[in-house]
Design a protein around this ligand. Structure first.
Ligand SMILES: NC(=O)c1ccc[n+]([C@@H]2O[C@H](COP(=O)([O-])OP(=O)(O)OC[C@H]3O[C@@H](n4cnc5c(N)ncnc54)[C@H](O)[C@@H]3O)[C@@H](O)[C@H]2O)c1
Length: 256
């Protein structure tokens, strides 16, 4: 799929990985709509990129539907969707601090898993109405973000790991659901990327894990993540799979 001239809807687009992908796609000629609950931050980046900002929570059904309608009217219906909104907590299942709060568990599942599904289902419904773009019959692509924690979850990451394993798990069935409409679904599992989300990770843990990364021994950069998102958009053979972008990291046990 040639990306120049297309519209992308990027949730969590105000910050971190979503912002990195917005910069890469925008430089490739994509009109970017940044949907984020932090509207002020989304507005700043949208102004810089010449895109648009929408203040919305990804778990809000009518709100996301209205946001997609607004983007479609102003920039064109998105053929690229990047689900980059997400949250993290570090709480153990049980222990001296008590049992894991059920509310916190459900909050993480709701934003990371239900929010991703909510945006994907509504964006796909809008995309189905568009004409195909090429001889493959391709209409667009949905890119979700899981995490390497979906596969190697450390201590204290039970809620986050469950939410991200859910995102991994829905990748293939969603790709199969949408295949008749020429819409691909690909999930990316980042390792450690330097973003505001990661600023909550204890420094001692970071100092212990960076030397264990095979190569390169450093944080990933949001623009490196964005380069993979662009390749996923452009390469029609990528579909129904989760791709790790992680410098070969395998998480150990410790975290919280
Ligand atoms: N940074 C990493 O190392 C890393 C690694 C693996 C996976 N991830 C995942 O990548 C995604 C992006 O993370 P990031 O590191 O860029 O974090 P970030 O905090 O920099 O950006 C996340 C953005 O999502 C927005 N957001 C959060 N909840 C929202 C909601 N309910 N509705 C709308 N917007 C919401 C925030 O306002 C923020 O702008 C997340 O799903 C995260 O779990 C990050």
């Amino acid at each position: 799929m040639k990306v120049a001239g297309l519209t992308a809807l990027i949730t969590g687009g105000a910050s971190g990985l979503g912002a990195g992908a917005a910069r890469v796609l925008s430089a490739a000629g994509v009109r970017c709509a940044l949907l984020d609950r932090n509207l002020d931050l989304a507005r700043e980046l949208a102004a810089e990129l010449g895109g648009m900002a929408l203040g919305c929570d990804v778990v809000d059904g009518p709100g996301v539907a209205a946001a997609i309608a607004e983007v479609s009217a102003k920039l064109g219906t998105p053929r690229i969707v990047l689900n980059a909104a997400g949250i993290d907590v570090a709480i153990r299942t049980a222990g001296p601090k008590g049992a894991h709060s059920l509310e916190e568990f459900e909050r993480v599942i709701r934003v990371n898993l239900t929010g991703t599904f909510n945006v994907a289902r509504l964006a796909a419904q809008a995309m189905i109405a568009l004409p195909p773009l090429n001889e493959d019959g391709e209409r667009g692509v949905i890119v979700n973000i899981a995490s390497v924690v979906a596969q190697d979850g450390p201590i204290g990451q039970v809620a986050y790991a469950a939410s991200k394993a859910g995102v991994q798990g829905m990748t293939l069935p969603m790709a199969r659901d949408l295949a008749p409409h020429g819409i691909r679904v690909v999930t990316v599992a980042p390792g450690m990327f330097e973003t505001p989300l990661a600023s909550g990770i204890p420094q001692a843990w970071i100092d212990s894990i960076i030397p264990t990364i095979p190569f390169p021994k450093r944080w990933g950069k949001p623009l490196e993540f964005g380069a993979l998102v662009r390749q996923i958009c452009e390469n029609p053979m990528l579909n129904g799979e989760m791709i790790r972008i992680d410098a070969a990291i395998r998480m150990g046990i410790d975290r919280a």
